[in-house]
Design a protein around this ligand. Structure first.
Ligand SMILES: Cc1cc2nc3c(=O)[nH]c(=O)nc-3n(C[C@H](O)[C@H](O)[C@H](O)COP(=O)(O)OP(=O)(O)OC[C@H]3O[C@@H](n4cnc5c(N)ncnc54)[C@H](O)[C@@H]3O)c2cc1C
Length: 490
């Protein structure tokens, strides 16, 4: 299974799918409770949402009235907007919320802390271009005298300034045959290599589970068994249907001239199809009912009663599952089904003692009965969604890829064959209370039992995000900046 990350300035924010979704307030409140620090709760973190993001108009000034709540958006450098390319599919999603409001409620702004229901997608697009960690934060700061950016350079090891002291040294090299150089920090090193890269670098540096390090001949300096463990990612699979009586984007993608026209228009005037998100414009987050036998049998892994267990998003093209080939003609739509609260736990382990070898990534997808039962229930719920009158006569061909919905086992077989990663891994250097022996970082994100080292990236999150990760990570990074300034009285 491919497991992409952004190997580029700005990391994965420079190539992700642009979805900006903070997730429910429950998610932050759980982070506060797990870390024993109320500063991570929604009421405190909301200020960092306002500080990190501004909602701006789409390229065509499409009205945002009834599509977002302006009071939950701030004046930060990450720019977000809704789409200027509304499709028939989006309108039918909205009609469904009117026709079946109890089961499929409308949510004016999924970034308000209320994370349930169906709403308009907000994308990290401003002034018709992608807004990322690179464009919003790093590039504008490059003129600072105290900032250097080394591109095409890899951190290969974290080192102590001298034996038994702080980990304030970083060895870097351009490739495996390059002679490494060591850089030293005056105050501390901040590690932001992501859920895959951060535990890899910690382990290469002797901070990790001793038995694993020993096997590769790496000297254990600090034995932390949780490094690389607790990997959580959300499985995703797609259903595709032909659409009758409406245009989707499939014909444009399959027609070089039409696509070339859209590209030329964007290049000339930053307008048109490519000037805002055109793939995911509407999305919905749903919970299992409280009477669900799944919750009774396996317990509730969600962050709280306002948090979703699964998610649907709607795309006006054919997105293929593994071993499927996208057709070259016809009008298509796809719906993704995502398990938001996986209880499966995977790991990142070292494949070798070299920073230039990828580590072994095992998301352990669908390895618990809860994950399978909830994914099956999500498919049944999607079938109900498409049974509302809004979809009458719109979808052609067999619904839901002809999966036999009467049998759990046939739905499960389909899911197992179709599942891939949504690319939201978290948890491999998880946060915990100061007093907890488990976990990797404390509530101030400093690595436990190590001095001079702090982690600020998705690896610290103890649970899969119940929205989409990037919005939370900008908020976490803003608070981390305040914690760092606080540490040094700045
Ligand atoms: C294809 C894709 C689509 C996605 N879509 C969405 C979306 O629509 N919405 C959303 O919210 N989230 C999305 N995500 C997830 C989101 O982008 C990530 O959760 C987020 O970027 C993680 O941030 P991070 O800082 O933890 O890690 P990253 O963004 O992955 O950044 C880590 C950085 O560290 C660098 N690095 C790693 N190891 C080393 C080393 N040893 N030395 C030097 N540098 C190193 C990497 O090259 C990278 O630049 C998507 C991710 C992908 C890959």
């Amino acid at each position: 299974m491919a497991y992409p990350r952004g190997f580029v300035v700005g990391g994965s924010s420079a190539l992700n799918n642009l979805v900006y979704l903070r997730g429910p307030s429950d998610d932050f409140n759980r982070l506060a409770s797990v870390s024993g620090d109320i500063g991570w709760s929604w009421n405190y973190m909301f200020d960092y949402a306002l500080k990190s993001e501004s909602h701006v108009a789409a390229w065509d000034n499409t009205s945002t009235v009834g599509k977002i709540n302006p009071y939950v958006h701030g004046d930060g450098p990450i720019l977000t907007s809704i789409t200027g390319n509304i499709s028939d599919i989006d309108l039918r999603v909205m009609q469904t919320t009117q026709q079946s409001p109890t089961k499929f409620p409308f949510n004016l702004d999924l970034n308000s802390g209320n994370g349930l229901g169906f709403g308009w997608m907000q994308s990290t697009v401003g002034n018709s271009v992608r807004s990322s960690g690179a464009t919003a934060y790093l590039t504008p700061s490059l003129s600072r005298p105290n900032l250097d950016l080394l591109v095409q350079t890899q951190a290969i090891n974290l080192v102590q300034a001298n034996k038994s002291s702080a980990f304030t040294g970083v060895q870097v090299a351009k490739n495996a045959s390059d002679t490494p150089i060591t850089l030293f920090a005056n105050k501390e090193v901040i590690l932001s290599a992501g859920t895959v890269g951060t535990p890899q670098l910690l382990m290469l540096s002797g901070i990790g589970p001793a038995p694993q390090l020993q096997k590769l001949g790496i000297k254990t300096i600090v034995n932390v068994s949780d490094v690389g463990q607790n990997l959580q990612d959300q499985p995703i699979f797609f259903f595709q249907n032909t659409v009758t009586g409406a245009q989707t984007l499939s014909p444009i993608l399959n027609d070089e001239t039409a696509l070339g026209g859209a590209i030329a228009q964007y290049a000339a005037s930053k307008t048109g199809l490519l000037a805002s998100d055109c793939l995911i414009n509407t999305i919905g987050f749903l919970r299992l009912p409280s009477s669900s036998s799944i919750l009774k049998q396996f317990g509730d892994p969600s962050a709280g009663p306002g948090s979703p267990h699964y998610q649907f998003s709607f795309l006006p093209i054919f997105i293929n599952n593994p071993n499927q080939v996208a057709p070259t003609d016809g009008n298509w739509m796809s719906v993704s089904v995502v398990l938001q609260t996986p209880t499966s736990r995977g790991s990142i382990t070292l494949a070798s003692a070299s920073a230039f070898d990828h580590p072994l990534i095992d998301p352990a997808f669908l390895s618990t009965p809860f994950d399978i039962a909830t994914s099956i229930q999500a498919v049944r719920s999607l079938n109900e969604f498409f049974s509302t009158p809004a979809w009458n006569g719109f979808i052609g061909g067999p619904p839901l890829n002809g999966v036999n919905l009467t049998s759990d086992s046939s739905i499960e077989s389909f899911i197992r064959a179709a599942t891939v990663t949504i690319k939201h891994p978290v948890g491999t250097a998880k946060i915990s209370k100061v007093t907890d022996r488990s976990g990797v970082v404390g509530p101030d994100l400093r690595v436990k039992n190590v001095s001079g080292l702090r982690i600020v990236d998705a690896s610290i999150l103890p649970f899969a995000v119940e929205g989409f990760p990037q919005a939370q990570l900008y908020m976490i990074a803003e608070r981390a900046a305040d914690l760092i300034k606080g540490t040094y009285g700045l």
